[in-house]
Design a protein around this ligand. Structure first.
Ligand SMILES: C[S@@+](CC[C@H](N)C(=O)[O-])C[C@H]1O[C@@H](n2cnc3c(N)ncnc32)[C@H](O)[C@@H]1O
Length: 216
């Protein structure tokens, strides 16, 4: 058996995407309404959503903390995978995003499983009890990822999941001088994650790259 990886190209990602369950009509409508309201289409990819659902379901997760609600797309996707009685606490500082997400989550099939909290993530996370979640999903301002990681390590129980989006820095992770303003913060964060001994972690190359980690 070879220890070499296959060369993965854009065509392979397309191949994966075409074999992933598409968004249901409700999520298609949510995305169209969000775009019509001027909310940027920066939600996770459906392949990432499928992977998150599988991880959460396989780990029998009940309590999820999300940093970065946007339109509520990932919160709804994750809530659908929770074990009975589970809940997603999702945080966003942008009032227009919070209002839209609350509106659409209320119309969703998982309304009772999601609480949208308006505020700066650093302030809101500080109010959450230690060991009160089975998983954390970080998908907001990249320069604060190290702080959100520390808070996740406090809030998530041992054996719980820490998931972080955009490990590929919007496709610029290998660039010495990335154009994106947040890309250097991600490059630094990736080095931090690679050295973090409190986690068992790996980057899964779906969407813009997803860190998947288990708290030891
Ligand atoms: C990439 S979007 C989240 C996408 C969402 N997770 C999804 O896939 O459907 C990032 C969100 O983080 C929010 N955000 C940015 N900085 C934040 C902060 N300091 N505290 C809380 N939310 C923040 C933005 O308002 C935006 O809605």
């Amino acid at each position: 058996m070879s220890s070499q990886s296959s060369t993965v190209t854009a065509a392979h990602f397309d191949y994966i995407a075409r074999r992933t369950r598409a968004d249901d009509p409700f999520l298609v409508e949510l995305k169209a309404a969000a775009s019509a309201r001027g909310i940027p289409a920066i939600w996770i990819a459906p392949e990432q959503a499928a992977f998150l659902r599988i991880l959460l379901a396989a780990s029998k997760v009940r309590e999820v903390v999300e940093v970065g609600t946007l339109a509520g797309y990932s919160a709804i996707q994750m809530a659908r995978a929770l074990t009975g009685g589970g809940r997603v606490r999702t945080i966003d500082l942008e009032p227009a995003h919070v209002q839209f997400a609350r509106e659409w989550i209320a119309k969703s099939d998982v309304a009772e499983r999601i609480t949208v909290i308006e505020g700066r993530a650093r302030d809101v996370l500080a109010t959450f009890a230690s060991n009160s979640a089975d998983a954390a999903f970080l998908d907001a301002d990249k320069s604060n990822y190290p702080l959100y990681l520390e808070e996740s390590l406090r809030i998530v129980k041992p054996g719980g999941l820490v998931l972080v989006d955009n490990a590929f820095a919007f496709g610029q992770v290998l660039e010495a001088h990335p154009r994106d303003r947040e890309a250097p913060a991600i490059q630094r964060f990736n080095e931090l994650m690679a050295r973090e001994t409190r986690l068992e972690s790996v980057i899964v190359p779906l969407g813009d790259g997803l860190w998947v980690a288990v708290k030891r």
